[in-house]
Design a protein. Structure first.
Length: 288
């Protein structure tokens, strides 16, 4: 259990049963419809990663109705978000697909595949963005109502993350190391955001780190000379960005050879960074 993040707990049995059934049903629908997975799809999934993190932040500040709260704890919020996303993904793919061709073929062949992929990604991106912005707005309103709203450091963290990711992106384009796709850029930005937000939380705002592996990196940084001046978060930022660059570079071949699996892996790697990073900034903003 020491390897699990703090706050990790399963919901009551009734809620867990409902969630397990919902996940299985949605997974079966996705398997049956075989929706297209492209670079546009990866980018469209970004807002859903933010949505999941925002729902968890609401849960942490006790702003979710008690009946629904168990669905938004950790790790259940990931399954809840998957159910919402997967149901929309399967439905939009089915409705936008051709009636005279099987979904698997539509997802991989010909001009129709590209058009379906583009339209499905637009649907996922627009709906995900609307939901994410709505939940973020609710969280900010709760923070303002309670007098705990603090947006200065989260704003700084977002700007610094964009700056770091942009610099790495520009360097990658010049060195031609295979990170020039927008999916690769999302991976790098996601982990830059996670690293920067963690550094701000630990070194500036006094928050504790919940993930055991991250705490190990922070403890190593604390033992190095200059930690009094530099803090402990700088090493975590460096490690996160370096790992993101390496993983994105390794995934480049996978995307070329097996695009569907490669882009799904890109989305997963991005979610591991964007989810925690967005959660950190939102929690810092509303928890004071």
């Amino acid at each position: 259990m020491a390897l699990l993040p703090e706050g990790f707990a399963l919901p009551p049995l009734a809620h867990l049963a409902v969630l397990v059934v919902a996940v299985l049903v949605v997974a079966a629908l996705l398997y049956a419809t075989s929706p297209p997975v492209t670079e546009r799809t990866v980018l469209a999934l970004g807002p859903w990663m933010v949505l999941g993190s925002a729902l968890y932040a609401l849960y942490q500040i006790d702003a979710v109705p008690p009946l629904l709260a168990p669905f938004f704890g950790s790790p259940t919020v990931y399954a809840t978000t998957f159910v919402l996303l997967g149901a929309l993904w399967a439905a939009s793919s089915r409705l936008l697909g051709s009636d005279d061709a099987p979904p698997a073929r539509i997802a991989t062949d010909g001009p129709a595949a590209g058009e379906e992929s583009r339209t499905t990604a637009i649907v996922l991106g627009v709906v995900g963005s609307a939901l994410a912005l709505g939940v973020v707005a609710v969280a900010l309103w709760v923070g303002a109502d309670r007098g705990s709203l603090l947006v200065i450091w989260p704003t700084i963290g977002l700007i610094v993350s964009f700056g770091l990711a942009g610099a790495v992106w520009a360097l990658a384009r010049r060195s031609k190391v295979g990170l020039t796709s927008w999916a690769g850029a999302l991976v790098v930005f996601s982990h830059a955001l996670d690293g920067v937000s963690t550094a701000i939380g630990v070194d500036v705002l006094g928050f504790g780190e919940q993930t055991p592996l991250a705490r190990v990196v922070l403890e190593i940084a604390a033992s190095l000379p200059g930690s009094v001046l530099l803090g402990t978060g700088w090493l975590f930022i460096a490690v996160k960005i370096a790992l993101a660059v390496v993983v994105a570079w390794l995934l480049a071949d996978s995307v070329r050879e097996r695009p569907r699996e490669g882009y799904l892996l890109c989305a997963f790697v991005a979610a591991v960074g964007l989810g925690p990073g967005a959660h950190n900034l939102l929690l810092f903003a509303v928890a004071g």
